[in-house]
Design a protein around this ligand. Structure first.
Ligand code: GLN
Length: 528
């Protein structure tokens, strides 16, 4: 089969869920085809790694160490393919490459221009990703909202892609919004009409319009959108508001998505959503509820912890339980008394704000036997707490917070000491750890060798390994060279496990992350 392309653009508003919409279409196709996602971001940062999670949401990390947009979390969770860093284009990256090409002399004699040079470069990148990944279907999400200046070059690139690969091999999906204004109380199609017009002014005729709405679109509104958008009636779908994003592939499929794509791109599609559906229903039927505390400093913005929340959802579906989140602001809340929680996660983080509160949270969990899962900075907090309160090392800290602390039990990694640039220089991506047989972590993974993704500069200081172990901290997973502590746990505690890695990044509905599954099971037992 000739390679197919599906391009997703957005109109009217930002935040309508283009990433989820694209991931959901990909999910429907992924039982028959290898689907590879590309995301195009308009900003001038080379990657989101240097952005504040409050501004941009979680930074997602891939196996190859790529720091990418959080939409890649949706793609991986919905498509089941591990993604590559170069599938996330940013304008920063594009201009970097163009400048390198110009200096090398690739354009000798020419005036280098936005169109055609930059636009062609982007188009060639789309083609190359498809070739390198041997993809059946390449999906391209153009970031932002139609009309944004910073995304114009991407739109020109997908327009010219259509000319290159043939209009019969590319499908344009446009996601818009149908409001129901207060007092008017009816669905309004005008913003969608205008947004489709903007797209057509750029030489792109959408094949499918998905309109986000709080109700299913009425036939009359669908008809209007179809007429003004020059589309068939059945190519206008509702992007219905849902309480659970995993339902979106099911909703699209109920509205005939796979048939529509099959006909338009001339490709047979076998859809298999049975297990997916089963898990969603199990989650929905669940009546048991546990309360999980998440102790961090970005608790005001759930997007900062998106993958952790998703990993808990995956456990909900597998175990048939509802996980209610309790956000613990470690700068403001009382962290020494967490009554009412059945388990606590201390997630990744950076810098000194809220650190002492996190350490208090760990102490509370360790002493009271409350299930605890520490992730990255969470592991480092657990080590500091153990060093201070069990090993008696007063003044134990991380040098990230206090350079001159008396006991630097967490210190910068040797390999990081010479690093001066901030972007893309942490210990990033998938690394293998050897797991101690007989440990809880070994039980959970069922393996003595596991690979998880990382994003950090600091480590448990090897000088203190002996002191920590001497007092009963189990170093249950170590890097192959024996220097880096990747997993720790405590015996005689219902569940006290932490990892230097980010296991939430590889969790999926069909295969929840083992450490999260173990944690939620322990929280269920704790509650009883
Ligand atoms: N700030 C810590 C480090 O750099 C932890 C990072 C994280 O939690 N991702 O090592």
């Amino acid at each position: 089969m000739q390679r197919k392309y599906i391009v997703v653009t957005g109109g009217v508003l930002s935040g309508l869920g283009k990433g989820i919409a694209m991931a959901s279409i990909g999910n429907i196709l992924s039982s028959s085809y290898k689907v590879v996602p590309i995301k195009c971001d308009g900003y001038l940062n080379v990657d989101p790694g240097t952005m504040n999670p409050i501004e941009h949401g979680e930074v997602f990390v891939l196996d190859d160490g790529g720091e990418v947009d959080m939409d890649f979390g949706h793609y991986e969770r919905f498509l089941g393919v591990p993604c590559n860093g170069d599938w996330n284009l940013t304008m920063g990256r594009v201009f970097d490459e163009i400048r390198k090409k110009e200096r090398r002399g690739d354009y000798l004699g020419k005036t280098v221009q936005m169109i055609p040079h930059v636009s062609n470069f982007i188009r060639e990148h789309f083609l190359k990703v498809g070739d390198d990944a041997k993809a059946d279907v390449v999906m391209i999400e153009v970031g932002g909202t139609i009309g944004d200046m910073e995304n114009e070059l991407y739109l020109d690139a997908v327009r010219s892609l259509a000319r290159k690969v043939g209009r019969e091999n590319i499908l344009f999906v446009h996601l818009t919004y149908v409001p129901i204004p207060y007092g008017v109380d009816e669905q309004k199609s005008k913003p969608t009409q205008q947004s489709v017009n903007l797209l057509r002014q750029r030489g792109i005729d959408p094949d499918v319009v998905i309109a986000r709405c709080s109700e299913m679109l009425t036939d009359s509104i669908k008809g209007k959108i179809a007429k003004f958008g020059n589309l068939d009636f059945d190519k206008v779908l509702t992007g219905i508001d849902v309480d659970d994003v995993y339902k979106i592939p099911l909703s699209f499929e109920e509205q005939g998505m796979s048939q529509l794509i099959a006909r338009r791109l001339n490709m047979p599609i076998r859809v298999d959503l049975d297990r997916w559906k089963c898990l969603i229903e199990k989650r929905e039927r669940a009546t048991r509820e546990i309360v999980v505390g998440i102790a961090g400093k970005y608790t005001s913005l759930e997007d900062s912890y998106a993958s952790i929340i998703e990993a808990l959802r995956h456990c909900e579906a597998t175990l048939g339980v509802r996980v209610k989140l309790r956000w613990i602001d470690t700068e403001k809340d009382d962290c020494c008394n967490l009554d009412g929680v059945d388990g606590v996660i201390v997630p990744g983080g950076f810098g000194s704000r809220g650190v002492e509160g996190k350490i208090d949270v760990v102490k509370f969990c360790r002493e009271k036997g409350v299930p605890f899962l520490g992730i990255c900075y969470g592991l480092q907090m657990a080590v500091i707490e153990f060093a201070r309160n069990v090993c008696g090392l007063n003044g134990a800290n991380t040098t990230e917070v206090d350079k001159n602390c008396k006991h630097p039990v967490v210190d910068i990694m040797e390999s990081q000491k010479s690093v001066t640039e901030k972007g893309g220089t942490m210990r990033l991506g998938a690394y293998v750890a050897y797991i101690k047989k007989g440990s809880k972590v070994f039980d959970l993974y069922g393996n003595d060798e596991v690979s998880e993704r990382h994003r950090h500069r600091y480590e448990v200081n090897p000088v203190y390994h002996g002191a920590l172990e001497g007092k009963g901290l189990v170093l249950s997973g170590i890097s192959p060279d024996g220097t880096l502590v990747e997993f720790i746990e405590l015996e005689n505690h219902p569940y006290f496990v932490a990892t230097q890695a980010h296991p939430e990044l590889k969790s999926s509905l069909l295969k929840p992350a083992p450490l999260f599954l173990g944690f939620v099971k322990a929280a269920i037992r704790y509650k009883v």
